[in-house]
Design a binder for this molecule. Structure first.
Ligand SMILES: Nc1nc2c(ncn2[C@@H]2O[C@H](COP(=O)(O)OP(=O)(O)O)[C@@H](O)[C@H]2O)c(=O)[nH]1
Ligand SMILES: [Mg+2]
Length: 384
């Protein structure tokens, strides 16, 4: 079963990593089964597609599921383009400031003064001092004493930014490793953990995965309810406990349940209170210890969810969670409405952690595999 999305490249022979390639426009196949999807996921009801039964699959359930999965994948591919558009739209807020500043630099000779301006501009775009200095230096090397156009500056900037982001581009393949694969989601309150889990569950469930969602944020009844809604929508198994119950106990039960029911994947939500960091980190380690009683190799992923709108604060969160929670990868949400997306460049520069997905909205389809090129171009205000 394929439990990832985005386009995988062949593994890099040096690193063994398999980064993604962005989908190009026009690549999405027309979906012959769109109607079946709409029947199952809303909109106009249509007659079911006939399926031929066989001995293994007497009522054609498996075949129907396979069709739905294929159909969902095709639909998703068709949506990729609009998601990319949304990313550019959101990042345009960052890029408009950047683009304005860059406009001031165009048609001028690149000299000491304009390089300082560029550096300042990049710092105010949340990319951080180090990245700003690095890019200004690259500019001074290749383009000093030359007059360059606005588009040329943008393209050059995008390629410098993409070079920083490229090594972080990595699709996470949930079908690898042991079954069930156990994925822990961490991050501060409001960063988008529950929503991201819901989106991933929707996507993978539609691809045929058997998923358990564990409502490990046991402190807020609303958080449990929110995950439950996503579970119902994604047709995933849902496990929760009454408010205030022990999150570690719940995580243990979720993994046990997944084993007993031969599920593929356990996605564990966690609480994100930061009032008391030590307490939060203690709770996370308790959760980890609990699931390791069943599978000593778990958790197989610890995904830190970051809210782009907090800008530079996201850097501090990466440091805090990386040191204490053993983060293995990142998701950055809310890139559809922020002027602070540049912080992802600062994070990429400072932390060798894969960036798995970006969130560009609240709906199931608004989670997109991270693409360095697309992100870089959107950030500087180049359309595609
Ligand atoms: N615009 C936008 N909103 C998002 C995105 N991801 C999450 N949200 C919203 O952010 C709020 C907090 O998300 P939630 O998943 O509850 O955060 P949690 O506390 O970390 O679980 C909710 O209103 C979500 O709908 C995103 O990518 N874009
Ligand atoms: Mg939550």
């Amino acid at each position: 079963m394929i439990l990832w999305w985005g386009k995988k490249k062949q593994p890099d022979p040096k690193t063994g990593e398999t980064p993604i390639e962005p989908l190009k426009s026009g690549e999405a196949p027309a979906s012959p089964l769109a109607s079946l999807d709409r029947r199952l996921f809303g909109e106009a009801p249509v007659a079911p597609q006939p399926v031929a039964p066989d001995d293994d699959d007497p009522i054609g359930l498996r075949k129907a599921a396979a069709r739905i999965a294929a159909e969902r994948a095709a639909e998703a591919a068709a949506r990729e383009e609009s998601v990319l558009h949304k990313l550019s739209e959101g990042l345009r807020r960052s890029s408009s400031r950047l683009a304005e500043g860059l406009a001031g630099l165009s048609k001028r000779k690149i000299d000491r003064e304009s390089l300082d301006e560029l550096e300042e501009l990049l710092i105010t775009s949340d990319m951080g001092a180090k990245v700003a200095a690095r890019i200004a230096k690259a500019f001074s090397k290749d383009r000093f004493d030359r007059e360059i156009s606005g588009d040329e500056i943008k393209a050059a900037l995008a390629s410098e930014i993409a070079a920083i982001l490229k090594p972080r581009e990595q699709v996470v393949d949930f079908s690898e490793g042991p079954k069930p694969r156990i994925v822990l989601f961490v991050g501060v309150n409001g960063s988008g953990k529950t929503t991201t889990i819901g989106k991933i569950a929707s996507k993978l469930s539609a691809q045929g995965a058997d998923i358990v969602l564990a409502a490990g944020d046991t402190f807020r009844a609303a958080a449990v309810e929110q995950l439950k809604v996503w579970a119902e929508r994604a047709n995933a198994r849902f496990i929760s406990k009454p408010s205030g119950a022990d999150a570690a106990g719940l995580a243990y039960e979720a993994v046990e349940l997944a084993r007993n029911e031969n599920r593929d994947l356990v996605l564990i939500d966690t609480a994100g209170r930061l009032q008391n960091k030590t307490q939060l980190m203690d709770e996370l380690s308790k959760v980890v210890r609990a699931i390791r009683k069943i599978d000593p190799t778990a958790p197989h992923d610890v995904i830190l969810v970051l809210d782009a709108t907090v800008g530079q604060n996201a850097l501090g969160q990466v440091e805090a969670f990386r040191n204490t929670a053993g983060v293995t990868g990142l998701v950055m949400t809310k890139l559809d409405g922020t002027a602070k997306g540049g912080v992802l460049v600062a994070i990429a520069e400072q932390h060798p952690l894969p960036i798995h997905f970006v969130g560009v909205g609240e709906k199931a389809e608004d989670l997109h595999p991270f693409s360095a090129d697309t992100f870089a171009r959107a950030l500087v205000g180049l359309d595609d």
